[in-house]
Design a protein. Structure first.
Lengths: 336, 336
């Protein structure tokens, strides 16, 4: 099949540039922190068995953390992109639409009922919670005709999120586990361990691969319902599959680092200005940009106020506001 | 011309609400960590109690309940005004970000201006007002377009964005703080009635004494603003001026309330709606009813929350969200 590029620079080069940017961010993230390290330390930590203090600091604290940042950033960015494509709503974001709040509530409930739950169980709980949150929001906004307007969907997200957060906090207080819950959800990337990564990274990787497989169908779906049906797509099946991917990505992310709004909103919009509207390009690029963004935010969080940590979710929320305002201002045309 | 029957109905409702509030206060006085038995209430109130009874009643319970009642009233009035001027039934100072703006200002003030305890309390509502007003101006600016004037829907969307980003900013501020101050901001965000002492009441009261009568006096202007923009202009209302005056009033009411209660949303949403269902949309009649309902709701939420979990109880903000969010969802389902 002959491919025609709208843009002068082929996509491969853009992806390469994105990858380089990502690498630079990764190195920067590894170098800076409460304890500054050198490139040599980082290299030794990755490549050798040396056990100096700085090197093991990198290996046991910083490396798992940055790996978590990379995967969560990529996962949330892709989840946001899929949601925007599926709902054709430029304001879709896992944080805004109740998924992270649902996962949060599910986390609190499972910590209350089974205090010794393993990472894997908690991750499953988060996924179920995310699915429930999303189902509530979509159910409410689809309840009436013309349901999927930006205003309704965002307000439904706000309402469901506040309810689920209140439930989570209430459970936390009632079972005296609010410290544990907030350690999971507000702690961000602090204290990410290799054992958590072993459970969650495969899941996110699988989700990303699935999303890439579905990216062509997503592009068709993002045009319009009629076009998708006309081209012979089984829209319901594709939608369910995509929804499943979103839940996987978001649930795993929340299980790892807690609540995070706006990153799934921002990244796809940035990416669209770079590579256009084809989701075959948007999704891989979103993964790279999302990962880089998360690395930047985490590096900021660790260095702005060292030795105290600034939660990465808060930094992302502040960085995300301009984008949100921009998208609100542009309205529906923000997707093209 | 308002029909006498409607006025009579309003009088009855007001009376019933007053009785309900009084009963709630009566019951609330006897409930709590250290109990004062009901048959002792009247002697204690008349000054014949033991030291312990007087201390519990006059220094702990009464100021808290009065502050809660007043704050609820202010929030309800603020919500009613916002719903009127945005012509959107879903406006609420918490949802559109005014509370969060006040919160950021309070957090900043708390962190960087170490003034002595006495002055701090009296400056709080003012600081909150400045923060909330700045936020409101920004939101107004971003949702105003030269061609179409103020767009109510965009105002709410922009507000939601601001509310999220500002909550994020508050967390960034927390993390730069000493550990003891962190606790304060965390409590504020959850909507814990933390200003439960007489000085807080004296700090809050002057604002309400001025603003509540002013808002009631403006009820007629608010009626006209609720109409379509062109109709209001046609009748001869200087729309822009009235709207700004009322907006500032709403902001001041919300700010003074949240400066002592912390981030409580949904009261400003629920109270006017319930009032409207009871008495109809005429603001002269509606505002007093909404006022009383709001006061009672917050009082009830706080009193109930205090009983649920020993010893600190569930913050009023969370209790209100547990009641208010489902209500909001129900409204969304009703609205077209």
């Amino acid at each position: 099949m002959e491919k025609t590029y709208r843009h002068s620079i082929p996509f491969v080069y853009k992806l390469l540039a994105g990858f380089l940017f990502f690498l630079v961010m990764f190195v920067i993230a590894m170098l800076f922190g409460a304890a500054d390290t050198t490139i040599r330390d980082v290299w030794l930590a990755v490549s050798s068995q040396a056990a100096e203090e700085k090197i093991s600091l990198i290996r046991d604290l910083r490396l798992p953390r940055e790996i978590a940042a990379i995967f969560v950033g990529a996962a949330l960015a892709i989840a946001g992109a899929i949601m925007q494509g599926m709902t054709r709503n430029p304001l879709a974001d896992p944080g805004l639409l109740g998924l992270t709040a649902g996962a949060h509530a599910a986390l609190a409930i499972s910590l209350a009922l089974v205090p010794s739950a393993s990472s894997f169980v908690l991750m499953l709980a988060c996924m179920i919670g995310a699915a429930a949150g999303a189902a509530l929001v979509f159910g409410i906004s689809a309840g009436k005709k013309g349901g999927f307007s930006s205003l309704r969907i965002v307000l439904a997200g706000v309402a469901v999120s506040s309810l689920l957060y209140a439930i989570a906090e209430g459970i936390g207080l009632a079972f005296k586990i609010s410290k544990d819950v907030s350690m999971w959800t507000a702690g961000g990337l602090i204290g990410t361990s290799w054992s958590q990564l072993q459970v969650i990274v495969p899941c996110i990787t699988l989700g990303i691969l699935l999303s890439l497989l579905l990216s062509k169908q997503l592009t068709i779906l993002s045009l319009s319902e009629e076009v998708a049906v006309g081209l012979g797509q089984k829209t319901t099946r594709i939608k369910i599959l995509l929804f499943f991917v979103i839940i996987m990505l978001t649930g795993a992310s929340v299980a790892l680092i807690g609540n995070m709004t706006f990153i799934g909103l921002m990244v796809p919009h940035i990416v669209r200005t770079l590579v256009g509207t084809d989701y075959r390009s948007i999704l891989p690029m979103s993964a790279l940009v999302g990962a880089s963004f998360m690395l930047i935010a985490d590096t900021l969080g660790r260095t702005v106020n060292a030795p105290y940590e600034t939660p990465v979710a808060a930094i992302i929320a502040v960085m995300g506001l301009p984008f949100f305002l921009f998208v609100v201002r542009k309205g529906g045309s923000a997707l093209s | 011309m308002i029909q006498p029957a409607v006025i009579r109905k309003q009088r009855v409702i007001v009376l019933l609400l007053l009785i309900l509030t009084a009963v709630t206060i009566g019951i609330g006085m006897g409930l709590g960590y250290s109990s004062v038995s009901y048959d002792r209430l009247i002697p204690v109130l008349l000054g014949q109690g033991t030291f312990k009874e007087e201390f519990v009643l006059f220094s702990l319970r009464l100021p808290r309940m009065i502050i809660t009642l007043l704050a609820g009233m202010a929030l309800a009035l603020s919500g009613a005004i916002l719903q009127g001027i945005t012509r959107n039934a879903l406006a609420d100072p918490g949802i559109v970000g005014i509370n969060a703006g006040a919160g950021v200002a309070i957090a900043l003030f708390f962190l960087f201006f170490p003034v002595q305890a006495g002055l701090f309390i009296y400056a709080l509502p003012l600081v909150a007002f400045v923060g909330a007003l700045l936020t409101a101006c920004l939101i107004y600016l971003f949702s105003y377009s030269k061609k179409t004037g103020l767009q109510p829907n965009r105002l709410i969307l922009t507000g939601v964005g601001f509310s999220m980003a500002l909550s994020g900013l508050m967390i960034v501020l927390i993390s730069s703080a000493e550990r003891s101050k962190v606790d304060f901001i965390a409590k504020w965000l959850a909507g814990n009635i933390w200003g439960s002492d007489w000085p807080f009441l004296w700090a809050l009261l002057p604002w309400l004494v001025i603003l509540v009568p002013f808002a009631l006096y403006k009820a007629h202007a608010l009626n006209l603003l609720t109409l379509h923009e062109s109709v209001a202009i046609g009748i001869g209302v200087s729309v822009e001026k009235e709207r700004v005056i009322l907006l500032v009033t709403a902001v001041a009411l919300a700010a003074s309330a949240v400066s002592v209660t912390g981030g409580v949303a949904f009261i400003g949403l629920m109270a006017p709606h319930i009032a409207k269902a009871l008495i109809g949309p005429r603001n002269q009649l509606l505002l007093p009813v909404a006022l009383l309902i709001g006061g009672w709701l917050l009082l009830f939420a706080d009193t109930a929350g205090r009983q649920l979990v020993e010893p600190d109880g569930i913050p009023a903000g969370i209790m209100v969200a547990l009641i208010g969010a489902p209500y909001f969802i129900w409204l969304l389902l009703q609205n077209k």
